[in-house]
Design a protein around this ligand. Sequence first.
Ligand SMILES: *[C@@H]1O[C@H](CO)[C@@H](O)[C@H](O)[C@H]1NC(C)=O
Length: 360
Amino acid sequence: MNERTAARGRGQEQQLSRPGVRMRMPRGGRLFLATCLGSLAVLVLYYQSIGKPEPSVGTGSRPEKSRRSPLQTLYSGDQQLQLLADQKSLQGRRELLEQACLSHTKKRRLLSPEDLKHLIVDDKHSLIYCYVPKVACTNWKRVIMVLTSDGRYTEPLAIPANEAHVAGNLRTLSEFSVPQINRRLRSYLKFVFVREPFERLVSAYRNKFTLSYNTAFHKRYGTKIIRRHRTQPDPEALKKGNDVTFQEFVQYLVDPRTQREEPFNEHWESVQSLCHPCLIHYDVVGKYETLEPDAHAVLSLAGVEDMLQFPTSGKSTRTDGNMAARYFKHISPYYQKRLFNLYRMDFLLFNYSTPEYLRT
Ligand SMILES: *[C@@H]1O[C@H](CO)[C@@H](O)[C@H](O)[C@H]1NC(C)=O
């Protein structure tokens, strides 16, 4: 039960920017029972389909489409698909993930609708995208807004970033009933984009703690980190929380109190906890390191590659593939080891090798 509880309550960022929304935490016996029954149903029905993606059945509940669904396209193995140079590597990643799940996860825990808050749904193109902050998720949200907007938007970058993050602009799988969830899990193309875990972590640190405008994070997390992990902090820093060092951030992450008190913020929560890649069978595991071809592959499968392009920012952030090494220099081997243990599963599941700069 603990693990389940810990996986709840994501989306702090949305809570920060829109206080009061998404406060529905199941409490009390009846709700809890309902959640349990719900979980069971999601798990049981969904598992029948794993490893054997069903073509979507024409039940007539959706508008008839002459095109194949992205999921059918992916597994049909036709020649058009073989033109996608990275098709093989996508299959390799899927298989590796499956193997890693088999060998590293002991217990299969139940999936509840509450776990599906990061899964964004595009009913029009039969897509499910699990968003992971710091892995091009703003651009993916923009793209899905274009895809689901019925022509209201045509250009992803014309959508302001903050609008892409407004809860309610996109639908998440958790909003649907259990049978509706199961139907979508079975017949939609499910994809996630991941990134080298420590590069992602350093990116989150830089974005949330070193930029002066992120005052919400400074107040919410920075002040607490400084109070707990800085000896003799000055009153200004205690009040503003705006000068957290990477070392202090690492101490906060590995402190057992942190996750006992509340789940990690989604910006530093592991992909494993956000997207449940061992419970949800992702059809495409895209990587930030190969964002362009991987994004193109997803858009091609969805049949929209002529309609829009994935926005690749002109910024050089992505070429800088060894940002983490610089930050880890100042972290002691003891903390490096504990930090690695926190993100270990993300390294294993997505085939990222242990960084050479680690001194553990
Ligand atoms: C896993 O990573 C290794 C080393 O980087 C690479 O050679 C291999 O192709 C990867 N495997 C998959 C399935 O992506």
